[in-house]
Design a protein around this ligand. Structure first.
Ligand SMILES: C[S@@+](CC[C@H](N)C(=O)[O-])C[C@H]1O[C@@H](n2cnc3c(N)ncnc32)[C@H](O)[C@@H]1O
Length: 297
């Protein structure tokens, strides 16, 4: 049995290795649009159709406290921290992968030479469990696809609550996995003529040839329910919903020229929203907005 430190090191090693592949996005406004579309973020329009509303929700909430202090837990190579800094926030981006933080830092330094970023970012390479902040320092804490990798979630939520200012907020956009029924429906859609089989084939080939992509991260597996329970213990949940029941895995492979493809993806997203809002299928992601409870103030 590995102890906590060994597990943390294994997790860091996994994400450091992944820093060398396609999972690294330091800036969603500067994506390589010439490469094959394997993931939604390989096409900024598709990325925006599928995940834009969640990103905008975060930015709008941050803007309620103009020039406020934001913590991003598990910031990876920093695209969301960067968007928040562009909106004028003072951001702390924490990630346990030194390599990812190095990429984020390098990108930021280069960008500062060409772009006037209103806010600022302080990147910290450290497991969130070990980072030290004073109490009541953040207006907003965000987790984007990172919390389900983090052990001791109750303790992290307790600390998050302490780090938040009295009217502070937490926003989470997290992977919670695909159910069997979603997988069957996705497979059926993959068989339809609107799906590019070449795109799918390329994605499968990239998965097989890329060592680390075929494995789950050592800590992956914190469920949506666990996250929701942990947040509810310390914060008041204002919005909780699951989203993206099918579109996350379907959108990148929709056929057609750019314009047709984007129209079809928009349609797909609307259909997906209706399906998840009516609870016909559970989404692959959860979206949660919570505020600090009055009694914790
Ligand atoms: C799926 S990636 C998402 C990264 C980023 N939020 C994004 O959207 O590109 C999960 C991230 O969580 C980070 N992570 C995992 N465990 C962590 C921990 N205990 N403390 C801080 N970061 C952690 C990983 O290094 C990785 O960068």
């Amino acid at each position: 049995m590995r102890n906590h430190r060994q597990k943390t090191e294994a997790e860091a090693e996994y994400w450091n290795k992944k820093a060398d592949n396609e999972y690294c996005v330091p800036d969603i406004r500067n994506l390589d649009t010439n490469k094959d579309i394997l993931y939604i973020w390989d096409d900024p329009v598709i990325e925006d159709i599928v995940r834009g509303e969640f990103r905008r929700f975060i930015i709008n909430k941050a803007l309620e406290k103009k020039g406020g202090d934001v913590l991003e837990i598990g910031c990876g190579t920093g695209w969301l921290s960067l968007e928040l800094a562009r909106a004028g926030m003072h951001v702390k981006g924490v990630d346990l992968s030194e390599k990812r933080i190095a990429i984020a830092q390098r990108y930021l330094e280069q960008l500062k030479k060409k772009e006037n970023i209103k806010g600022d970012i302080d990147y910290i390479a450290c497991p969130i469990q070990e980072v030290l902040f004073k109490e009541s320092v953040f207006d907003l804490v965000v987790c984007w696809d990172s919390l389900h990798h983090i052990q001791n979630i109750e303790s992290i939520m307790r600390k998050t609550t302490q780090w938040l200012k009295p009217d502070g907020q937490l926003i989470i956009f997290e992977y919670i996995g695909l159910r069997f029924l979603n997988k069957i429906i996705i497979m059926i859609i993959y068989a339809l003529p609107i799906i590019s089989k070449t795109g799918l084939f390329k994605k499968i080939r990239s998965k097989i040839t890329n060592d680390t992509s075929t494995h789950k991260a050592p800590f992956e597996g914190i469920t949506g329910l666990e996250m929701l329970r942990a947040v509810k213990r310390f914060l008041e949940v204002k919005i909780f919903k699951t989203t993206l029941a099918i579109s996350y895995y379907v959108a990148p492979y929709v056929c057609g020229n750019r314009s047709l493809k984007h129209k079809l993806v928009r349609l797909l997203k609307r259909l997906d929203d209706a399906i998840t809002n009516l609870h016909l299928l559970r989404g692959q992601y959860m979206f949660l907005w919570a505020i600090k409870k009055a009694k914790d103030c």
